[in-house]
Design a protein around this ligand. Structure first.
Ligand code: ATP
Ligand code: MG
Length: 320
């Protein structure tokens, strides 16, 4: 079996005349977190629904494999390997949290005692034991989301799809959800999550694909993506005005800040670039008091890749 939990080749989907997924490729290694990032309507939910067998891809699509099984020929095996937490809650508000869990246990054909044990364990793990006997309609958004994920885990899936798991959660609940997701991955589970929050992808994902206009606009680690947009720089700060003036004169293409005795040098922040810069300073006998590397954040990348690009030039940024 390959090391990939999920592979998609030339995944296509259109509705009527509208192309939603225009041939996307994805590879998610086992035990990692992969984030599909994209604006509203980018096709994130569509991709998740296809990969979790809820809707079929277009016939022209390439091979799709999940958990080592081909989606086209063995959807049952795929279903047995995965858990899905949809964008909209699957929690039934009329029954209690515990009853929701037991319903899932039934769906997974767990024997009654085993079902009760698993439900109790997961409710405990997600801090829902106290609320377990109350109707789920009385839960807060964060509690419902936790119950949603707990329900997904009843069948002990090794691959989990989470469609916008933290949308609408407050910062504390979002952090607690992040911990839950990290714990799953530490356990060897593979997670494909969609999000509109760059911060979330940055925090959690081993790899990120930016979905835009039906295509993957870019893919890589958060750091790799950040290097795609201009705006990265190295900032050198001096306390000795003479050292500052010396460096300013010696280094070309810098943005000086005479007041702060700081120089801003455009740089992708790679080891090689830093090495070259430090080598030049050394050879000139100049020592900066502080060196900081600034990479653009994912917001810059996102806006650059999904239209509405307002990328500050190094000069503008310097003026701020
Ligand atoms: N059943 C459907 N019939 C027709 N069009 C659909 C259907 N489902 C989705 N679409 C369209 O496909 C596009 C992508 O929708 P999708 O739900 O995958 O986006 P998304 O990235 O999940 O967006 P969001 O961030 O708002 O959840 C949208 O333009 C949507 O209107
Ligand atoms: Mg969606």
């Amino acid at each position: 079996m390959s090391d990939a939990a999920i592979t998609a080749h030339d995944l296509r989907k259109s509705y009527g005349g509208t192309t939603v997924l225009d041939g996307i490729d994805l590879t998610v290694p086992r035990g990692t977190i992969f984030s599909l990032l994209g604006p509203n309507g980018a096709g994130k939910t569509t991709a998740v629904k296809i990969l979790s067998t809820l809707i079929p891809p277009d016939p022209g699509s390439g091979t799709l494999r999940v958990g080592g099984h081909d989606l086209a020929t063995d959807p049952q095996a795929v279903r047995a390997a995965i858990g899905v937490t949809g964008q909209f809650s699957a929690v039934d508000g009329l029954i209690t949290g515990e009853e929701n869990m037991l319903l899932m246990a039934d769906l997974h054909h767990l024997p009654r005692r085993e079902g009760r044990r698993v439900a109790a364990e997961l409710l405990e793990r997600f801090d829902l034991t106290e609320a377990a006997g109350k109707p789920a309609s009385t839960y807060s958004g964060g509690m419902k989301r936790r119950l949603d994920i707990a329900m997904t885990l009843v069948g002990d899936p090794r691959i989990i799809f989470l469609d916008e798991p933290t949308t609408g959660l407050d910062p504390r609940s979002r952090h607690s959800m992040w911990q839950i997701i990290r714990a799953l991955v530490a356990d060897g589970v593979t997670v494909l999550l969609t999000t509109q929050y760059l911060e979330e992808a940055d925090e959690l994902a081993d790899r990120i694909a930016v979905l835009n206009d039906g295509k993957i606009a870019a893919e890589g680690t958060a750091e790799e993506l950040k290097r795609l947009v201009p705006g990265g720089h190295v900032r050198l700060r001096f306390t000795d005005p003479a050292a500052y003036r010396g460096a300013r004169a010696a280094l070309g293409g810098v943005h000086p800040d005479d007041e702060a005795l700081a120089l801003q040098i455009p740089s992708g922040g790679s080891q090689r670039e830093l090495h070259t810069l430090l080598g030049r300073l050394d050879s000139l006998g100049i020592e900066a008091d502080e060196l900081t590397v600034h990479t653009p954040d994912l917001d810059d990348v996102f806006f650059a890749l999904t239209g509405d690009a307002v990328i500050p030039s190094p000069t503008e940024e310097n003026a701020r």
